[in-house]
Design a protein around this ligand. Sequence first.
Ligand code: HEM
Length: 217
Amino acid sequence: MEATETTTTSPGISRAYIWTKVFSFLGVVPLAVFTVIHLYGNLTAIQGPEAFNDHLVKTRAFPFIDLLTILFIWVPFVMHAIWGMMKIKNARPNNIRFNYWDNLRYITQRVSAIGVMLFVPAHIFKSKIQPTWLEGHPATFQHMLELAEPVTFVVYLLGILGVAYHVANGLWQAAIGWGFTTTQKAMNRMQVFCILLFIVLLTMGYASLFTFARAGH
Ligand code: HEM
Protein backbone atom coordinates (compact mmCIF):
# COMPACT_ATOMS: atom_id res chain seq x y z
CA MET A 1 0.00 0.00 0.00
CA GLU A 2 2.95 2.31 0.63
CA ALA A 3 3.76 2.55 -3.08
CA THR A 4 0.20 3.68 -3.83
CA GLU A 5 0.29 6.27 -1.05
CA THR A 6 3.50 7.91 -2.34
CA THR A 7 2.14 8.26 -5.88
CA THR A 8 -1.40 9.32 -4.94
CA THR A 9 -2.38 13.00 -4.73
CA SER A 10 -5.96 12.47 -3.53
CA PRO A 11 -8.07 9.35 -3.03
CA GLY A 12 -8.47 7.56 -6.35
CA ILE A 13 -6.28 9.85 -8.49
CA SER A 14 -2.70 8.69 -8.98
CA ARG A 15 0.14 10.86 -10.29
CA ALA A 16 0.49 8.45 -13.23
CA TYR A 17 -3.14 9.18 -14.16
CA ILE A 18 -2.59 12.95 -14.03
CA TRP A 19 0.58 12.71 -16.16
CA THR A 20 -1.27 10.55 -18.67
CA LYS A 21 -3.91 13.27 -18.98
CA VAL A 22 -1.26 16.01 -19.32
CA PHE A 23 0.63 14.19 -22.09
CA SER A 24 -2.59 13.25 -23.87
CA PHE A 25 -3.68 16.91 -23.69
CA LEU A 26 -0.34 18.05 -25.18
CA GLY A 27 -1.04 15.82 -28.19
CA VAL A 28 -4.20 17.81 -28.89
CA VAL A 29 -3.26 21.28 -27.61
CA PRO A 30 -0.88 22.48 -28.91
CA LEU A 31 0.41 19.73 -31.24
CA ALA A 32 -2.69 18.79 -33.27
CA VAL A 33 -3.78 22.43 -33.41
CA PHE A 34 -0.31 23.45 -34.64
CA THR A 35 -0.39 20.71 -37.32
CA VAL A 36 -3.68 21.99 -38.76
CA ILE A 37 -2.46 25.62 -38.76
CA HIS A 38 0.97 24.71 -40.21
CA LEU A 39 -0.36 22.55 -43.05
CA TYR A 40 -3.03 25.14 -43.84
CA GLY A 41 -0.40 27.91 -43.95
CA ASN A 42 1.81 25.82 -46.26
CA LEU A 43 -1.04 25.78 -48.80
CA THR A 44 0.10 29.29 -49.77
CA ALA A 45 2.77 27.44 -51.80
CA ILE A 46 0.05 26.66 -54.36
CA GLN A 47 -0.28 30.40 -55.03
CA GLY A 48 3.42 30.63 -55.86
CA PRO A 49 6.77 31.61 -54.33
CA GLU A 50 5.72 35.14 -53.40
CA ALA A 51 2.65 34.03 -51.43
CA PHE A 52 4.58 31.28 -49.59
CA ASN A 53 7.52 33.57 -48.72
CA ASP A 54 5.12 36.27 -47.63
CA HIS A 55 3.36 33.74 -45.35
CA LEU A 56 6.73 32.76 -43.79
CA VAL A 57 7.76 36.40 -43.27
CA LYS A 58 4.42 37.18 -41.58
CA THR A 59 4.66 34.09 -39.32
CA ARG A 60 8.21 34.94 -38.27
CA ALA A 61 7.24 38.55 -37.50
CA PHE A 62 5.13 37.33 -34.56
CA PRO A 63 6.74 38.65 -31.32
CA PHE A 64 9.08 36.13 -29.63
CA ILE A 65 8.20 33.53 -32.29
CA ASP A 66 11.33 31.37 -31.75
CA LEU A 67 10.90 31.27 -27.97
CA LEU A 68 7.16 30.57 -28.30
CA THR A 69 7.78 27.81 -30.87
CA ILE A 70 10.33 26.12 -28.65
CA LEU A 71 8.13 26.39 -25.52
CA PHE A 72 4.79 25.50 -27.09
CA ILE A 73 5.78 23.16 -29.96
CA TRP A 74 9.21 21.64 -29.50
CA VAL A 75 9.00 20.99 -25.72
CA PRO A 76 5.44 19.53 -25.84
CA PHE A 77 6.54 17.41 -28.82
CA VAL A 78 9.47 15.94 -26.84
CA MET A 79 7.27 15.38 -23.75
CA HIS A 80 4.50 13.75 -25.79
CA ALA A 81 7.07 11.59 -27.62
CA ILE A 82 8.70 10.37 -24.38
CA TRP A 83 5.29 9.46 -22.92
CA GLY A 84 4.35 7.73 -26.20
CA MET A 85 7.56 5.73 -26.26
CA MET A 86 6.89 4.55 -22.71
CA LYS A 87 3.43 3.41 -23.81
CA ILE A 88 4.95 1.60 -26.80
CA LYS A 89 7.50 -0.10 -24.53
CA ASN A 90 4.69 -1.41 -22.32
CA ALA A 91 2.38 -2.31 -25.23
CA ARG A 92 1.01 -5.86 -25.31
CA PRO A 93 -0.56 -6.24 -28.78
CA ASN A 94 -3.01 -9.14 -29.19
CA ASN A 95 -3.90 -8.64 -32.85
CA ILE A 96 -3.37 -12.26 -33.86
CA ARG A 97 -5.71 -13.61 -31.16
CA PHE A 98 -8.26 -10.80 -31.53
CA ASN A 99 -8.43 -9.61 -35.10
CA TYR A 100 -10.63 -6.55 -34.43
CA TRP A 101 -10.59 -3.09 -36.05
CA ASP A 102 -9.83 -1.39 -32.71
CA ASN A 103 -6.87 -3.69 -32.11
CA LEU A 104 -5.52 -2.83 -35.55
CA ARG A 105 -5.81 0.85 -34.65
CA TYR A 106 -3.91 0.19 -31.43
CA ILE A 107 -0.97 -1.07 -33.53
CA THR A 108 -1.20 1.54 -36.31
CA GLN A 109 -1.26 4.38 -33.73
CA ARG A 110 2.03 3.07 -32.32
CA VAL A 111 3.65 2.42 -35.72
CA SER A 112 2.67 5.92 -36.91
CA ALA A 113 4.05 7.36 -33.62
CA ILE A 114 7.48 5.93 -34.46
CA GLY A 115 7.23 7.38 -37.99
CA VAL A 116 6.23 10.82 -36.65
CA MET A 117 9.06 10.71 -34.11
CA LEU A 118 11.58 10.14 -36.90
CA PHE A 119 10.00 12.47 -39.47
CA VAL A 120 9.24 15.61 -37.41
CA PRO A 121 12.76 16.14 -35.92
CA ALA A 122 14.30 15.48 -39.38
CA HIS A 123 11.87 17.99 -40.92
CA ILE A 124 12.58 20.60 -38.19
CA PHE A 125 16.30 20.18 -38.80
CA LYS A 126 15.95 20.49 -42.58
CA SER A 127 13.42 23.34 -42.68
CA LYS A 128 14.33 25.34 -39.59
CA ILE A 129 17.63 24.54 -37.83
CA GLN A 130 19.82 24.05 -40.91
CA PRO A 131 18.69 27.05 -42.99
CA THR A 132 18.05 29.48 -40.11
CA TRP A 133 20.79 28.78 -37.62
CA LEU A 134 23.49 26.88 -39.55
CA GLU A 135 23.30 28.61 -42.94
CA GLY A 136 22.12 31.99 -41.64
CA HIS A 137 19.04 32.49 -43.87
CA PRO A 138 15.60 31.05 -42.99
CA ALA A 139 13.82 28.67 -45.38
CA THR A 140 12.11 30.10 -48.46
CA PHE A 141 10.07 28.65 -51.33
CA GLN A 142 13.38 28.09 -53.17
CA HIS A 143 14.78 26.12 -50.19
CA MET A 144 11.68 23.87 -50.05
CA LEU A 145 12.29 22.78 -53.66
CA GLU A 146 14.60 20.20 -52.06
CA LEU A 147 11.39 18.20 -51.51
CA ALA A 148 11.60 17.29 -55.21
CA GLU A 149 14.65 15.12 -54.51
CA PRO A 150 13.30 11.50 -54.76
CA VAL A 151 14.38 10.18 -51.33
CA THR A 152 13.27 13.39 -49.58
CA PHE A 153 9.98 13.26 -51.49
CA VAL A 154 9.24 9.68 -50.33
CA VAL A 155 10.20 10.56 -46.72
CA TYR A 156 7.71 13.48 -46.83
CA LEU A 157 5.07 11.32 -48.51
CA LEU A 158 5.27 8.78 -45.66
CA GLY A 159 5.87 11.41 -42.97
CA ILE A 160 2.75 13.40 -43.85
CA LEU A 161 0.71 10.17 -44.05
CA GLY A 162 1.97 9.19 -40.57
CA VAL A 163 1.28 12.64 -39.10
CA ALA A 164 -2.25 12.82 -40.59
CA TYR A 165 -3.11 9.34 -39.28
CA HIS A 166 -1.51 9.82 -35.86
CA VAL A 167 -3.27 13.16 -35.25
CA ALA A 168 -6.72 11.98 -36.46
CA ASN A 169 -6.65 8.60 -34.70
CA GLY A 170 -5.04 10.18 -31.62
CA LEU A 171 -7.93 12.62 -31.38
CA TRP A 172 -10.39 9.74 -31.53
CA GLN A 173 -8.57 8.00 -28.66
CA ALA A 174 -8.22 11.23 -26.66
CA ALA A 175 -11.97 11.85 -26.94
CA ILE A 176 -12.62 8.45 -25.34
CA GLY A 177 -9.89 8.93 -22.73
CA TRP A 178 -11.27 12.33 -21.72
CA GLY A 179 -14.81 10.99 -21.50
CA PHE A 180 -16.19 13.14 -24.35
CA THR A 181 -17.50 10.16 -26.32
CA THR A 182 -19.25 7.82 -23.91
CA THR A 183 -22.12 6.60 -26.09
CA GLN A 184 -22.00 4.60 -29.33
CA LYS A 185 -23.68 7.49 -31.14
CA ALA A 186 -21.03 9.97 -29.94
CA MET A 187 -18.27 7.56 -30.96
CA ASN A 188 -19.77 7.17 -34.44
CA ARG A 189 -19.94 10.96 -34.85
CA MET A 190 -16.37 11.34 -33.64
CA GLN A 191 -15.28 8.59 -36.03
CA VAL A 192 -16.72 10.54 -38.99
CA PHE A 193 -15.04 13.73 -37.77
CA CYS A 194 -11.65 12.01 -37.38
CA ILE A 195 -11.84 10.38 -40.83
CA LEU A 196 -12.62 13.80 -42.33
CA LEU A 197 -9.75 15.35 -40.36
CA PHE A 198 -7.40 12.65 -41.68
CA ILE A 199 -8.46 13.38 -45.27
CA VAL A 200 -8.15 17.16 -44.80
CA LEU A 201 -4.66 16.92 -43.21
CA LEU A 202 -3.45 14.48 -45.86
CA THR A 203 -4.82 16.63 -48.70
CA MET A 204 -3.29 19.83 -47.31
CA GLY A 205 0.10 18.20 -46.68
CA TYR A 206 0.23 16.49 -50.08
CA ALA A 207 -0.98 19.62 -51.90
CA SER A 208 2.08 21.61 -50.77
CA LEU A 209 4.43 18.62 -51.10
CA PHE A 210 3.37 18.05 -54.74
CA THR A 211 3.57 21.79 -55.42
CA PHE A 212 7.24 21.83 -54.33
CA ALA A 213 7.98 18.53 -56.08
CA ARG A 214 6.55 19.83 -59.38
CA ALA A 215 8.25 23.23 -59.08
CA GLY A 216 11.58 21.57 -58.23
CA HIS A 217 11.72 19.41 -61.37
C1 HEM B 1 5.02 19.44 -47.35
C2 HEM B 1 4.70 19.66 -46.11
C3 HEM B 1 5.43 20.66 -45.23
C4 HEM B 1 6.09 21.81 -45.58
C5 HEM B 1 6.24 22.43 -46.95
C6 HEM B 1 6.61 22.39 -44.36
C7 HEM B 1 7.33 23.57 -44.26
C8 HEM B 1 7.97 24.03 -43.14
C9 HEM B 1 8.83 25.19 -43.10
C10 HEM B 1 9.19 26.10 -44.28
C11 HEM B 1 9.27 25.33 -41.82
C12 HEM B 1 10.21 26.43 -41.26
C13 HEM B 1 9.35 27.59 -40.77
C14 HEM B 1 10.21 28.80 -40.47
O1 HEM B 1 11.42 28.76 -40.59
O2 HEM B 1 9.62 29.82 -40.10
C15 HEM B 1 8.68 24.26 -41.05
C16 HEM B 1 8.86 24.04 -39.70
C17 HEM B 1 8.21 23.07 -38.95
N1 HEM B 1 7.33 22.12 -39.41
FE1 HEM B 1 6.79 21.88 -41.34
N2 HEM B 1 6.24 21.58 -43.30
C18 HEM B 1 5.54 20.50 -43.79
C19 HEM B 1 5.00 19.45 -43.05
C20 HEM B 1 5.03 19.35 -41.68
C21 HEM B 1 4.38 18.32 -40.92
C22 HEM B 1 3.54 17.18 -41.49
C23 HEM B 1 4.64 18.57 -39.62
C24 HEM B 1 4.14 17.79 -38.44
C25 HEM B 1 3.39 18.30 -37.56
C26 HEM B 1 5.48 19.75 -39.55
C27 HEM B 1 5.97 20.32 -38.40
C28 HEM B 1 6.87 21.38 -38.35
C29 HEM B 1 7.48 21.88 -37.13
C30 HEM B 1 7.24 21.33 -35.72
C31 HEM B 1 8.30 22.93 -37.52
C32 HEM B 1 9.18 23.79 -36.59
C33 HEM B 1 8.44 25.06 -36.30
C34 HEM B 1 9.43 26.17 -36.17
O3 HEM B 1 10.39 26.00 -35.44
O4 HEM B 1 9.24 27.20 -36.82
N3 HEM B 1 5.69 20.20 -40.82
N4 HEM B 1 7.89 23.50 -41.88
